[in-house]
Design a protein around this ligand. Structure first.
Ligand code: FAD
Ligand code: FES
Length: 258
């Protein structure tokens, strides 16, 4: 699939929760080609920041070529993006990565699991999935985002670490407390959460696909900045590595060591 840089334009930007922003951008090509689980690289206008910032696609409007990203202000790059307003240009590269294998799981009972800032890519994945679906969303506290967007698609279980909303604990506590049953897991979130889900899937005999968010540089598979450990030898580097930006970010859980 062709990927490249283009100058997109900001359609809208709003704050969803403290430090969490939602931005729709109009693209010429990326929005038409993108699939759930892929990401884009956003370039800063500050020439001193040479590396683009990878951000997952939260919603894809293929008809109009528009994309929604939901992101946390983590440092200078994302702080700059949060100041953009409707009509502003933004340089983007994409669509990048492989995406979730939703077709393979069609007709099965799927869990769409997101933890913290891993929640956004699960929205478009859940939207495009054809089969029975449940979203399980994990937050630190009551400063939640995207819950209503998920509720418009499917039943939602919420876990908060402080117990202020939903089940107290993590996404697995919510699955157990609500007696949820599924055949396949699609997930994105902190490594500890993904590790626990991988083990849970093994125990329950479920398929499990996880999206990793390693630090990245080139974003297109050329620099090896983003490698993770894989169970088998990689055909590109001939060691037990996978490039998260190109071979992923979505992997079958048993493919990678966490
Ligand atoms: C494939 C992929 C998809 C992503 N999708 C999203 C998304 O949908 N929404 C979102 O908010 N963020 C997402 N991220 C993380 C996002 O790219 C970083 O938060 C961003 O690059 C930080 O840039 P910055 O200039 O604001 O901060 P920097 O100044 O570069 O860093 C600020 C802090 O963030 C940490 N950080 C930077 N990059 C990452 C990373 N990849 N993972 C974890 N911590 C990091 C740094 O260690 C530092 O502590 C994604 C990352 C990847 C690799
Ligand atoms: S970021 Fe360069 S290979 Fe992945």
């Amino acid at each position: 699939m062709a990927k490249g840089k283009e100058i997109a334009s900001v359609c809208s930007q709003k704050m969803l929760a403290d430090g969490i922003y939602s931005m729709w951008i109009q693209t010429e090509r990326i929005g038409i080609q993108a699939v759930p689980g892929q990401f884009i690289d956003l370039y800063s206008r500050d020439g001193a920041k040479l590396l683009p910032r990878p951000i997952s696609l939260c919603e894809i409007d293929q008809k109009e070529g528009r994309l929604r990203i939901v992101y946390r202000v983590a440092g200078e790059g994302t702080r700059e993006f949060s100041r953009y307003q409707a009509g502003d240009p933004v340089e983007v590269l994409g669509p990048l990565g492989n995406g979730f294998p939703l077709k393979e799981a069609e007709g099965k009972r799927a869990f769409f699991i997101g933890g913290g800032i891993g929640i956004p890519p699960m929205l478009e994945a859940a939207r495009q999935f054809k089969g029975e679906k449940t979203a399980i969303l994990g937050y630190r506290d009551s400063h939640m985002f995207l819950v209503e967007d998920f509720r418009r698609l499917c039943p939602v279980a919420v876990a908060t670490e402080d117990g202020s909303v939903g089940v107290k604990g993590n996404v697995l506590d919510a699955i157990r407390a609500e007696g949820l049953k599924g055949d396949v897991i699609f997930a994105c979130g902190p490594t500890l959460m993904l590790k626990a889900l991988k083990q849970y899937a093994e125990e329950k005999g479920m398929e499990c696909f996880i999206s990793l968010e390693e630090r990245m540089a080139c974003g297109i598979g050329a620099c090896l900045a983003c490698v993770c450990q894989s169970a088998e030898t990689d055909s590109h580097s001939h060691v037990c590595n996978k490039r998260v930006c190109k071979d992923g970010p979505v992997f079958r859980a048993e493919e990678v060591k966490l």
